[in-house]
Design a binder for this molecule. Structure first.
Ligand code: FEO
Length: 400
C-alpha cells in the first residue's frame, strides 16, 4: 500500500472514495471525495482522524505500512462526523491509545455516537498544546466548521495546519497536492463545498482567521480532511475562503426556474437577455437539468437570485420547493432577487410564494411578474425589463 510523507515524519493515511455520490443531499456527481487522515511519527506517535467505514481495509493497510499499531500512542479526533470517525472504534480497539484528544463537544459526540465511557478522553481547547516529542501540536476549535466539535491542529515546527472540514472539497483524485491538479477546477470544488456546507457559518470562518492571526501561526501547508493538500497555493486558498465567507458578490445573477409547458422558460430567457443587455453576467439553472447543490456554488458569488415557477397546486413545482428549502437552510447574505412564473387559472400563486420565500431569506425582491398561460411579445418585453431592473439594482448594490 503506497504511503505518502507530506512533511518529515507526517504521513498521509487517508483514502479516496471514488464512488460517493451524495452527502446529506449535496450531489457529488462526477466528484467523489477523499478522507484525509495522518500519522505523525514521533516519541508519541499519533493518529489524526480516521476515515469513512466504507474504505476501512485500505485505511488500516495504510496505517500498518507506516507504523506498527502498537507504536501509536495517541489518537486525535478532530471531528466526530462518521466520514472521519467511521473507523474510530476499530482504531481504538487496535491501537489501545493512552489518550484520545478532542474538543469539548468532540467528547460529547463520541459518547453519544459510540457510547464508550471507558475511552481515555483528553479534552483540549483553542491554544492548548501537546508535545509529541520533537513536534508540538497546538489546537484550535473550529466550531460549526462544520459541526460544533470540529477542531484543527497546527504543527509549529512544520508550519502545517490540519484543518478538518475547513478548506475541504469533495473531489476524488489520484493526486494529493494542489500543484498537481488544475487550480481553477480545485477552486470550483472548494466553492461548491463552501456554498453547500460552510456557508451558514461564514461568520465562524472569519472568526477562525482572526484566531489564527492572534495565535501568530505561519502556515505553509494546509491539509483539510477532504481533497488535496495545499502546499503551493496556501495564500490563494485562504484569500478565496475569506472572499467566500465575506460573501463578496460579483456583477452576476442566477436565474433558477422550472417549467411545465415552456412559458416560464421563455420568461427566464427574456429576463436573462435584459440582464445581459446591462452588462450583468447570468447563469440559468433549469431544475430538471441540474441539482440544487450545483446552483448554490453560483449563488455564492452572485448579487441577484431570480426564481421562476409556474403555479402548481397553488404553489411552486416540487423541484423549486426543494431548491428554496436547500437555499433557505444555507442563509446566503447580501443578495437581491426577483420572482416570475406563468399560471393557468386562479391567482398565479407561485410568484407570491417565491417572493415570500426570498423575502424570508432576507433577500430584497426588486421586481416580480406573472403571465397567464403563454407569454405574448409584450409579456416577454416586460420580462426583459425585469432583467434590466434587476441588473441596475445589482450594479447599484455593488457600488455601496
Ligand atoms: Fe467531513 Fe463534517 O465531515
Amino acid at each position: 500500500m503506497p504511503t505518502l510523507e507530506i512533511k518529515k515524519n507526517v504521513f498521509w493515511v487517508g483514502t479516496v472514495d471514488w464512488n460517493l455520490r451524495d452527502f446529506h443531499g449535496y450531489s457529488l456527481a462526477r466528484k467523489g471525495t477523499t478522507y484525509n487522515a495522518f500519522i505523525v511519527k514521533d516519541r508519541k506517535t499519533t493518529l489524526f482522524d480516521t476515515v469513512n467505514s466504507g474504505t476501512r481495509e485500505e485505511f488500516f493497510s495504510k496505517i500498518r505500512a507506516v507504523a506498527d499499531p502498537s507504536e501509536i500512542r495517541y489518537i486525535v479526533v478532530n471531528h466526530v462526523e462518521p466520514d472521519h470517525s467511521g473507523c474510530l472504534v476499530d482504531a481504538v480497539n487496535l491501537i489501545k491509545p493512552e489518550k484520545i484528544f478532542c474538543s469539548p463537544m468532540g467528547k460529547e459526540f463520541m459518547l453519544s455516537h459510540y457510547h464508550r465511557k471507558d475511552w481515555p478522553y483528553e479534552v483540549v481547547k483553542t491554544g492548548d498544546t501537546l508535545s509529541l516529542g520533537g513536534k508540538t501540536v497546538q489546537f484550535i476549535e473550529l466550531k460549526m466548521l462544520h459541526w460544533p466539535d470540529n477542531m484543527g491542529c497546527y504543527f509549529k515546527e512544520d508550519k502545517l495546519l490540519l484543518s478538518s472540514d475547513a478548506f475541504g472539497h469533495n473531489w476524488a483524485t489520484s493526486e494529493r497536492f494542489d500543484d498537481q491538479v488544475d487550480y481553477d477546477e480545485l477552486r470550483s470544488h472548494l466553492a461548491n463545498y463552501f456554498a453547500n456546507i460552510i456557508l451558514p457559518y461564514s461568520a465562524n470562518v472569519l472568526k477562525a482567521f482572526e484566531t489564527i492571526g492572534q495565535l501568530g501561526w505561519d502556515i505553509d501547508m494546509l491539509a483539510p480532511d477532504h481533497g488535496v493538500i495545499f502546499r503551493s497555493h496556501v495564500d490563494k486558498v485562504m484569500q478565496a475562503y475569506r472572499d467566500f465567507a465575506s460573501q463578496k458578490a460579483r456583477k452576476k445573477a442566477v436565474i433558477v426556474y422550472d417549467t411545465m409547458w415552456q412559458s416560464t422558460r421563455k420568461m427566464a430567457l427574456a429576463i436573462a437577455e435584459g440582464l445581459i443587455s446591462e452588462g450583468v453576467s447570468v447563469k440559468l439553472f433549469y431544475m430538471k437539468a441540474c441539482h440544487h447543490s450545483d446552483v448554490m456554488a453560483d449563488v455564492l458569488d452572485a448579487k441577484a437570485v431570480i426564481m421562476g415557477s409556474p403555479t402548481f397546486n397553488r404553489g411552486v413545482l416540487p423541484l423549486m420547493a426543494d431548491m428554496l428549502r436547500h437555499m433557505e437552510g444555507l442563509k446566503p447574505q447580501g443578495k437581491i432577487g426577483a420572482a416570475f412564473g406563468s399560471y393557468g387559472w386562479g391567482g398565479g400563486e407561485s410568484v407570491a410564494h417565491l417572493t415570500q420565500a426570498l423575502q424570508a431569506m432576507k433577500i430584497e425582491v426588486v421586481d416580480s411578474f406573472k403571465v397567464r398561460n403563454f407569454p405574448t411579445d409584450q409579456d416577454l418585453e416586460r420580462c426583459a425589463e425585469l432583467g434590466r431592473k434587476v441588473a441596475r439594482a445589482v450594479i447599484d448594490g455593488l457600488r455601496e
